[in-house]
Design a protein around this ligand. Structure first.
Ligand code: GCU
Length: 599
């Protein structure tokens, strides 16, 4: 009998532990969209922090903020007396002792709140890299994994009248089964890198909507509105005042209402980035947005914008302000990067290798720059790990949900340079492609590959995933990682799926601005002349690539990547920029600028 009780107790404890672990891992909600149009209270500004490189904070349960109760008590942590960090902003660039941290920083923010009847309160994060555990007044409210997409928690009923203590554990350690995984060629900026807001809503509010032209149409919008709350069946109205257009609909028991309407829209394009004010009203909420209408599709071997073929003049951009040596997040940071792209002659920006901040996408749209948004499914991903498929789907939902109303976004890129031999890679990415099409049938969906071979001056482009990709997106570094095997003008391209448009999503080579030490015709000189020659040869090769629909040099600015350890030329920088981190245009910049002018 005694043994029986022992077993029962053991099992009970185990079940209890699993339950606590599950609660502890309460995942964040997929965030409501268009935060800027909501009733928000910003929590940006100075937050006090505890630096926790050894990860002791979990064991000490610092979120409880224990205080000595007796004369003999003492507590070996406190948020008082420590440094402060700016939120938003990566922590690495704010404190010298954090420069290379891949670990934990505990952030704390006090805020006052007065609860109002029939109002709900949400805590919204633009992004925390890489993982976040969030505590309110000593209680864990949930966690989120993924460094580049928004998430939220409802804190109605958990927030106190008066002063509240919000504590966030931000941990940018790499995970083998993370997205990205262990290895990536950019700086791992950690922390609360984007805005934090309290969002107050009515009991039932407009949580999500999708208002875009139907695929292939130039005048018909097919969209929907989704409510969240107890009173889900309401009438909703969608209006575009400038067009004197208004449509009513009634949401169903799930809070969904579908609309379809026509109009002679002025179509959004790089030349005329026309946006309309859109107002969505329900009985209990109103949200306004700025929406553009355009059609993007592939027709045969062409990319077609608003019914006309377009050549994609692109450039790769990492989310880093080169002058600040920090994660970019301000309007000024975004404009700096996008204006440099415009000056180069671009009509398209590939925002690598993760979703950039929401304001960057909106700014690009306003400037007439089409946008390529990409998931951090980068190179070595553990596709066979049991947790990865869910991580892929969650991050896909978060990326598409946030920006699906941004007509400037024309491409969802679901992977970069993954390898065909990786277990479950094809299956996982085919499934992810299908999920993306189900979420959004209006945009191009691509996978970027570098699984080519180059023999006898013939460049062979193949990968099973190209069957599922709207573009043949190729990263190739002929002239840098792989020497030319003959005249560039005679390089033959042999592309599997020959009927699809070919987009060169990366090409180029390194140069240290002003460097001409040693023979300039040798790669190891890191000379601008060597890089310039790569670009001249690439441009020569472009002329004989079948179905070429666009090119995208790697990349706009030199940027930080700690694996680049040549201490004469790199010093922790990837030097493939057309512009140095000090704003100096390299000789190759002018080759690219001339090419884009001629297209
Ligand atoms: C790869 C990769 C980039 C990387 C680049 C390089 O193609 O996509 O992220 O920085 O090559 O080696 O510089």
């Amino acid at each position: 009998m005694k043994k029986y009780f022992k077993t029962v107790i053991t099992e009970g404890v185990l079940i209890g532990l699993v339950f606590i672990l599950f609660i502890g891992r309460v995942n964040a909600q997929t965030a409501m969209i268009n935060v800027q149009a909501r009733n928000t209270t910003s929590l940006n500004g100075k937050w006090t922090v505890i630096l926790d490189p050894t990860g002791a904070g979990d064991y000490k349960q610092v979120w409880q903020e224990k205080k000595p109760q007796k004369k003999t008590d003492f507590v070996e942590y406190s948020f008082e007396g420590g440094p402060e960090l700016d939120v938003p902003g990566d922590f690495n660039s704010q404190l010298c002792e954090l420069t290379y941290l891949e670990g934990t920083v505990w952030y704390k923010k006090q805020f006052d709140y007065t609860a109002k009847p029939d109002r709900r309160l949400f805590l919204h994060f633009g992004a925390v890299n890489y993982a976040a555990d969030v505590y309110l007044n000593g209680e864990k409210i949930g966690s989120h994994e993924g460094g580049f997409t928004p998430f939220q928690f409802e804190i109605t009923g958990k927030v106190k009248n008066g002063e509240n203590a919000l504590i966030v554990k931000a941990d940018n350690r790499r995970l083998k089964n993370g997205l990205p995984g262990y290895g990536y060629d950019w700086f791992n900026y950690g922390g609360i890198t984007r805005d934090v807001n309290l969002i107050e809503t009515n009991e039932t509010f407009i949580e999500d909507y999708f208002i875009q032209l139907k695929k292939g149409s130039l005048n018909t919008v097919s969209g929907w509105v989704k409510l969240n709350g107890a009173n889900l069946q309401q009438s909703v109205e969608i209006g575009i005042p400038e067009l004197n257009l208004s449509r009513k609909a009634t949401t169903n028991e799930e809070g969904m209402a579908y609309v379809e309407f026509k109009s002679a829209f002025k179509l959004w394009s790089p030349e005329n980035p026309k946006l309309y004010k859109l107002v969505i009203e329900s009985k209990t909420d109103t949200v306004s947005d700025e929406i553009g209408f355009r059609s993007i599709e592939v027709k045969g071997d062409k990319v077609v914008l608003n019914g006309s073929p377009i050549f994609l003049k692109a450039v790769n951009i990492h989310e880093e302000n080169p002058y600040k040596r920090a994660r970019a997040f301000t309007d000024g940071d975004n404009r700096l990067l996008l204006e440099a792209a415009k000056e180069l002659g671009c009509n398209f920006v590939r925002l690598v290798h993760y979703p950039h901040n929401e304001k960057m996408v909106k700014q690009a749209e306003k400037m007439g720059l089409m946008v390529w948004s990409e998931l951090p499914v980068y190179q070595h991903i553990q596709f066979a790990d049991s947790l990865v498929p869910q991580k892929l789907e969650t991050m896909l939902n978060e990326m598409v949900r946030r920006d699906k109303n941004r007509c400037g976004v024309i491409v969802w890129s679901l992977s970069n340079e993954t390898y065909p031999g990786t277990p479950n890679r094809n299956e996982a990415l085919i499934e992810l492609t299908q999920k993306c099409r189900a979420l959004d049938s209006t945009r191009l969906i691509v996978h970027v590959m570098n699984t080519h071979s180059y023999d006898n001056n013939t460049f062979n482009v193949w990968d099973p995933l190209y069957k599922y990709s709207d573009l043949i997106a190729v990263n190739e570094y002929i002239g840098w990682y792989i020497p030319w095997q003959g005249k560039p003008s005679e390089t033959r391209w042999n592309v599997s799926f020959p009927d699809k448009p070919v987009f060169i999503s990366e090409f180029g080579g390194e140069a240290k601005s002003g460097s001409a030490q040693g023979p300039t015709d040798e790669a190891a000189s890191w000379s601008e002349e060597y890089q310039e020659t790569i670009y001249k040869n690439q441009v020569e090769m472009f002329g004989n690539i079948p179905n070429l629909c666009g090119v995208c040099p790697w990349l706009l600015f030199d940027y930080r990547s700690l694996g680049r350890m040549n201490l004469v030329y790199q010093n922790g920088y990837n030097r493939k920029g057309l512009i140095s981190e000090n704003g100096e245009k390299k000789k190759a910049w002018f080759i690219m600028n001339e090419y884009f002018k001629r297209k």
